[in-house]
Design a protein around this ligand. Structure first.
Ligand code: HSE
Length: 407
């Protein structure tokens, strides 16, 4: 009986006719992946691109420069949006949803910045928007947060959610390369954003955290209200400190319960060998959940790159054929979680002689060091004091969190 129903369902699967926006790293990856997945009845009908001069690897007939040709094409039933410009992406995605089409997007910036509007559009037009590729590329974290973490009480979600910065940190700490060369390699491999500052300064990770917050805790946050520190200021002294202690530094996005509120931020952090994140290298990402009953679980997979990202788009396309849509269960449950900045963190702060990092800002200082115009202090500080301080944003100050940062 079960087999018959399942078979019937598969037989009934609609043929997907895709209108694709963008033919960059992920768009090309999707083209390849679709051609190697005969099981999914899907075909790309038309591709809208911007650059008229660019030579492309597939026949010209596929391409158009006119958005409306794709959006209004009578055969196209699903729009896949894989472009760089987040505002243009929002226009495309909202137009498609308004016409009742299913949409798949990998645009984390666009989704994070327009979460509320996208929720409303999906509801109003009864049209699904899926975006597994927008957070940690190949790791199926959004669907798991939606479907699996429905009841067990999620306490903490933390992760390496940006492939480029993890690749750079791996090159620095494992392979002894410098920052500039490692970034160049991440760009050449197609991991980095076209504006790599988004990766390096922690914005991309913050957009992903914004999306995860909604699916994990039902919080729709404005990205600008979440703090992100990147890896751009990590210098010799903290790298040496890490090596001496057999630590690595990783860029970690975190959403952690503090009382009945949620602390959420992206910051570099020391990790020891015992920490799961220590072992996540190159462009791999990982998300660790900590639940009341299940305890720790770790998801890992490639977090950037053409085919890994396209694999998540493919999975969303397949999900649309069985009418899957996000129910936004945590938002429906109305748990009423709010973000908080009322907690303390343990930090390592490196600063040059020109900067005043006043001891009074700290609740407790456990270690101080000064040598050749470089200083560091390790201590506990209220999060609000840290982010409102005069010194924390100074280019000559680098802040790295302790392994268990919230104290
Ligand atoms: N630039 C992103 C990263 C691409 O490095 O993680 C995948 O979202």
């Amino acid at each position: 009986m079960f087999n018959k129903t399942l078979k019937q369902k598969i037989m009934e699967r609609t043929k997907i006719k895709i209108g694709l926006f963008g033919f960059g790293c992920v768009g090309k990856g999707l083209y390849d992946v679709l051609h190697q997945t005969p099981g999914l009845k899907a075909e790309i009908v038309k591709i809208c691109v911007k650059d008229r001069a660019k030579k492309r690897s597939i026949p010209d007939e596929f391409f158009t420069f006119d958005r409306s040709e794709v959006l209004n094409h009578p055969d196209i039933n699903i729009i896949v949006e894989l472009i760089d410009d987040s505002e243009a992406a929002f226009e495309i995605v909202s137009t498609a949803l308004k016409s009742g089409k299913g949409v798949v997007s990998a645009n984390k910036k666009m989704i994070a910045e327009h979460f509320d509007e996208l929720l409303a559009l999906q509801k109003l037009h009864n049209a699904p928007l899926l975006y597994e590729a927008a957070s940690c590329a190949s790791i199926p974290i959004i669907r798991n947060l939606e479907e699996y973490y429905d009841n067990d009480l999620l306490q903490n979600l933390s992760g390496i959610v940006n492939g480029s910065t993890n690749y750079i940190l791996t090159k620095i700490f494992r392979d002894n390369l410098n920052f500039a060369d490692s970034l160049k390699m991440a760009q050449e491999l197609g991991f980095a954003e076209s504006n790599p500052a988004l990766d390096v300064e922690g914005f991309d990770a913050k957009f992903k955290l914004t999306i995860l917050l909604a699916h994990a805790f039902g919080i729709v946050a404005r990205p600008e209200n979440l703090i992100n520190l990147g890896i751009q200021k990590i210098g010799d002294l903290e790298s040496r400190f890490a090596r001496e202690k057999a630590y690595k530094i990783k860029l970690i996005a975190r959403a952690q319960k503090v009382g009945n509120k949620i602390a959420a931020f992206v910051m570099p952090q020391f990790v020891s060998r015992e920490n799961n994140f220590y072992h996540i290298n190159d462009e791999y990402n990982a998300v660790q959940t900590e639940c009341f009953f299940a305890d720790k679980q770790l998801f890992t997979g490639k977090g950037a790159g053409s085919h890994p990202t396209a694999s998540a788009v493919l999975s969303d396309l397949s999900a649309l054929t069985y009418d899957y849509r996000y129910e936004y269960k945590k938002l429906q449950q109305n748990a009423g979680y709010e973000l908080t900045r009322d907690f303390k963190v343990e930090v390592f702060v490196r600063f040059s002689d020109e900067v005043n990092v006043p001891a009074v800002d700290f609740d407790e200082i456990s270690e101080r060091y000064s040598s050749q115009k470089q200083n560091y202090v390790i201590g506990k500080i209220h999060f609000e004091t840290l982010i409102n301080s005069d010194w924390y944003k100074n280019p000559a100050v680098s802040v790295v969190l302790a392994e268990n940062p919230i104290v």
